[in-house]
Design a protein around this ligand. Structure first.
Ligand code: XIL
Length: 421
């Protein structure tokens, strides 16, 4: 059974175990807890996953997947029922033989209120990320008050469904509570508060949250250290302090750095590489890097992405696509949906070709619940499932990428081996 972030036999695995100073013994101590959280992936290498991959490859319509969408037959206005979607195997099933984690950001309201939402998450995801519920504002609303109810609801749902949880996020410049940002905190208190917060949140979910985006978006668009509350008041040392506190609170959790716009060999991509290499050189317990990948149909150039992943993997870091969405002007044309599918496929292909790439998540499960229309007016339709939870061409493309990788590995092709442990 593969556990989140654990080295798999037959492949390089996290070569940076030494650099990150996490003794390998400790990495597996939480096995029982993580295995419980990851029950959904415990079927690593199941016949069902392989059979599903064959179905996808055999049923691939020439030139694209929109037949799949039509075949789902969902009635206008109503979420598609499970029967209507039987033609499309869940991505979770297709990813299982590869030992890669696949999932989406989820939010508590539709999880509680819309059965079709939970169905889609159970079908598609082996890992979920709470979209907002673990950020400072929601989880730590008063200086001496934590509110874990919404985060607990997601963690409980995930455990019951055998889905792992990716925690997001412990240090960010956005969605912080007013009590923290508006000056009531005296200078000199902030570092203690940060440590306390991390100890409380990571400690509460120790053994139940497999990985954390410890620091989110520390870099500005030009690659300099973002002038956040943290950087301004604590200096650049806040990053190392945060990772150390998180590691202390849960020595088994995979600790990631997460950012956007650093996918390629750009100024920000280079700055991210230097930042992470510097942290590792200081012995900071940093295990991986998350690429948000919030993009348009213009996509992400594959070659620089692959080279960036390669150099980060050479540092011993695990790699994760953490928040992908591909926003389109709404309503989207068939051509735009096909272009979107190609962008999703290309990023997943790069991830699957890189042995250190361990996870692929979208920022939301379906267009019905996505941050894009609110954040980018005029855009939407950014996710692989539509407003009615029916699969779009992007879903088909992701499924095909997974199925091809599974078939390639099974037949011993040149793709890197990614056998399950
Ligand atoms: C977004 C959420 O999706 C929205 O609901 C919220 O209003 C703002 O934050 N990068 C991140 C995420 O790391 O936390 C952001 O999530 C999207 C961009």
């Amino acid at each position: 059974m593969h556990r989140f972030g654990e080295r798999r036999p037959g492949r390089p695995g996290p070569a940076g175990a030494d650099r990150t100073r996490v003794p390998s013994r400790r990495r597996t101590l939480g096995g029982a807890a993580l295995a419980a959280a990851a029950g959904g992936l415990a079927r690593c290498g199941p016949l069902s996953g392989r059979a599903a991959a064959q179905r996808v490859l055999q049923g691939t319509p020439p030139g694209g997947g929109d037949q799949m969408e039509r075949a789902s037959g969902a009635a206008d206005g109503a979420p598609a029922g499970p029967d209507q979607q039987e033609a499309a195997p869940g991505l979770k099933e297709l990813a299982a033989p590869l030992g890669i984690w696949i999932g989406a950001a989820v939010t508590v309201a539709p999880l509680a209120g819309e059965p079709a939402y939970g169905e889609a998450v159970r079908r598609e995801c082996s890992v979920v990320t709470p979209e907002n519920e673990m950020k400072w504002g929601p989880i730590h609303p008063g200086r001496d008050r934590y509110d874990f109810a919404r985060a607990d609801a997601i963690v409980d749902f995930a455990r019951a469904a055998g889905i792992a949880v990716h925690g997001h996020t412990l240090v960010w410049h956005n969605q912080n509570p007013a009590w923290l940002t508006t000056g009531a905190v005296a200078p000199g208190e902030l570092e203690g508060l940060l440590r306390e917060h991390i100890a409380a949140v990571v400690g509460r979910y120790a053994g139940r949250v497999a990985a954390w985006d410890v620091v989110n978006e520390a870099l500005a668009d030009d690659g300099t250290l973002r002038a956040s509350l943290w950087a301004q008041r604590l200096g650049p040392g806040y990053l190392a302090a945060a990772y150390r506190a998180a590691h202390e609170a849960d020595p088994q959790a995979r600790l990631l750095y997460n950012d956007y716009g650093a996918e390629g060999l750009t100024r920000k991509g280079d700055a991210q590489y230097r930042l992470l290499a510097g942290l590792l050189a200081q012995g900071v317990p940093l295990h991986g890097v998350g690429f948000q990948v919030h993009v348009t149909a213009a996509g992400v150039p594959a070659e620089p992405l692959a080279r960036n992943l390669e150099r980060l993997a050479a540092l011993g870091l695990e790699l994760y696509v953490t928040e992908m969405d591909v926003r389109l002007p709404t309503p989207p044309s068939d051509e735009a949906l096909a272009a979107q599918a190609a962008v999703y496929r290309s990023v997943l292909d790069v991830c699957l070709a890189q042995p250190a790439c361990k996870g692929f998540q979208t920022w939301g499960i379906a267009d019905r619940h996505s941050w894009i229309p609110g954040r980018y007016p005029g855009f939407g339709a950014a996710l692989p499932l539509d407003e009615r939870y029916a699969p779009k061409p992007a879903h088909r493309a992701l499924g095909e990428a997974l199925a091809r990788a599974a078939a390639g590995r099974q037949s011993g092709s040149m793709l890197p081996s990614r056998r399950c442990g």
